[in-house]
Design a protein around this ligand. Structure first.
Ligand SMILES: [Zn+2]
Length: 519
């Protein structure tokens, strides 16, 4: 097993508003990968952050009548604070406006590309969407509107710095087709290859300081220009590691990492799979190894919007339904390909069906049976099981590895869920309550069989706790506590999941979700 370091990032959202459920999706996905790779023995650095230097932040702060720094500080804090309610194992957070590591690194990246001869000044006119912070060609618009935001872009004419993207088309195509730069799912890889095949035009990488409202990082040696916010933002993946400030750390986590993994939404694919690798190549740095792309969430059929409209606050949702229920919905219901629609009913249904009823009920029944039939003492493993069990558990680790390697969180959680399903079937087949009755009536063989069944079931619950760790770390810890003997005895059975009410005002208490009616 290789134990080389793995570097894992989310995109850094611009903080023109509070976080929404789409941010939670990407953060939870990245957290699962971070926890998974740590479990497999890799040193992992899981990094997130906020993009403070966007013009959108300036405009939103103006609209709110607040100073820009004050405004971005307040919103950035809400993003950083998601780590608690979502149980995120983040190692590092970078904020592009205030982190001392950032500006030095962005300037250095600029100078490295300038030294390579890839930056030049020219007059430019184009159609600019402030929402995207990007220029569009006329044929990329839909009916004259930005395809992401549905707004008419502004015509902008100014003298800018340009990056020689055109020089890197061949290199990028080779890296992607050879699989050294993996883009998942394959449809996204094909999209990038088609974009490259269509010809790469140099892109503008600065703005006049005036148009940027003086917000952002000045171009080194050209104070009339501010570095394009995307250049600045993409740079975070390096600057947080110490590019321009801590070379040893950079060598460990970027140059020396076996995988450099970026998670992102489909809307920013081009920036990450084309612009960013080209910038790295220009600066003489290694490229990312994996780009894992998710699609979008809608809320009750409507596009998520930060500015009014459909939005769900992930922290508030965690307060209502609990961390496990949200993580499980994001991982278990959201497909790898295609947008997914969030409703509270779906979240509640998934949590009740699979967590409270499926996994929770299993653990509760097993612990309760051991309490009732064996005074809480887990019987030793015996060779007398009447029915065999364990195929799902045997398959799970490899299935989880394969699914997570391509960013398929639904497949990965399916492998865990299969363990619980198999165990619940096993209980109905093995019928331990009948074995217990026969044992009471003097059948010693039934007693030995009961020992074997209970031992197998505790083993499965312990494996469930283990396999759930990357996905539901809090629940995994509760199941582990329930199935770990203290002074030789399991703790009394308690529900490990709250049964959810559709109307959370009716309280999501830990009701007796376990229906132990066979006992
Ligand atoms: Zn746009």
């Amino acid at each position: 097993m290789t134990t080389a370091p793995i570097y894992l990032t989310t995109t850094i959202p611009y903080v023109n508003a509070k976080p929404h459920l789409g941010h939670a999706l990407e953060l939870v996905q990245a957290d699962v990968l971070a926890r998974h790779y740590r479990r497999r023995g890799h040193p992992v650095r899981f990094q997130t952050g906020t993009d403070d230097n966007s013009l959108k932040n300036v405009l939103a702060a103006d609209a709110a009548g607040v100073g820009v720094q004050e405004f971005v500080d307040a919103n950035a804090e809400a993003f950083v604070a998601l780590a608690g309610p979502l149980s995120l194992s983040v190692d590092d957070v970078i904020r592009t406006s205030s982190d001392p590591r950032h500006r030095a690194g962005v300037e250095r990246l600029w100078q490295a590309c300038a030294s390579a001869g890839d930056l030049y000044r020219r007059h430019y006119e184009g159609l600019y969407c402030v929402g995207c912070e990007a220029f569009y060609a006329a044929d990329e618009l839909s009916s004259g509107l930005c395809p992401e935001h549905g707004v008419r872009p502004q015509r902008v004419a100014e003298e800018n710095w340009f990056f020689r993207l055109s020089r890197y088309a061949g290199r990028l195509r080779d890296e992607i087709t050879a699989g050294r730069l993996r883009i998942e799912p394959a449809g996204r890889r094909n999209e990038v290859l088609a974009f490259i095949a269509g010809g790469l035009a140099d892109f503008s990488v600065s703005r006049s300081t005036e148009r940027a409202h003086g917000w952002g990082i000045p171009v080194p040696g050209d104070p009339g220009q501010v570095i394009y916010v995307w250049w600045d933002a993409l740079g975070n993946y390096l600057t947080a590691l110490g590019y321009g400030s801590d070379e040893a750390n950079l060598a460990r986590w970027w140059t020396g990492a076996s995988r450099r993994v970026h998670l992102l939404g489909k809307g920013v694919l081009r920036f990450h799979a084309v612009y960013w690798p080209a910038m790295l190549a220009s600066a003489g740095l290694r490229l990312p190894t994996d780009i894992i792309v998710h699609d979008y969430l809608t809320v009750e059929g409507r596009k998520i919007s930060k500015s009014g409209g459909a939005s769900v606050d992930p922290a508030a949702l965690a307060g209502e339904y609990g961390t496990d229920a949200i993580r499980w919905w994001l991982l278990r219901d959201v497909p790898r390909i295609g947008d997914a629609d969030f409703t509270r009913e779906r979240l509640v249904h998934k949590a009740n069906d699979e967590l409270a009823h499926g996994i929770g009920n299993l653990v509760n029944r097993v612990v309760a049976m051991i309490g009732k039939y064996r005074d809480g003492v887990v019987p030793p493993d015996r060779e007398h099981a009447p029915v065999s069990v364990g195929r799902a558990g045997h398959r799970a680790p490899a299935a989880i590895d394969a699914a997570l390697a391509v960013g398929d969180f639904r497949q990965a959680t399916a492998a865990v869920w299969a363990i619980a399903e198999e165990a619940n079937r096993y209980i109905s087949q093995a019928r331990p309550w009948l074995l217990a009755r026969a044992e009471r009536d003097g059948d010693q063989e039934a007693g030995r069989q009961l020992d074997a069944v209970l031992a197998a079931l505790v083993g499965i619950c312990r494996q469930l706790a283990d396999e759930l760790k990357p996905f539901l770390p809090d629940a995994a810890a509760r199941i582990a506590r329930q199935t770990t003997a203290l002074d030789g005895v399991l703790p009394p059975a308690q529900p490990v999941f709250a049964r959810q009410e559709s109307n959370p005002a009716a309280s999501a208490t830990f009701s007796a979700s376990a229906s132990c009616n066979e006992l």
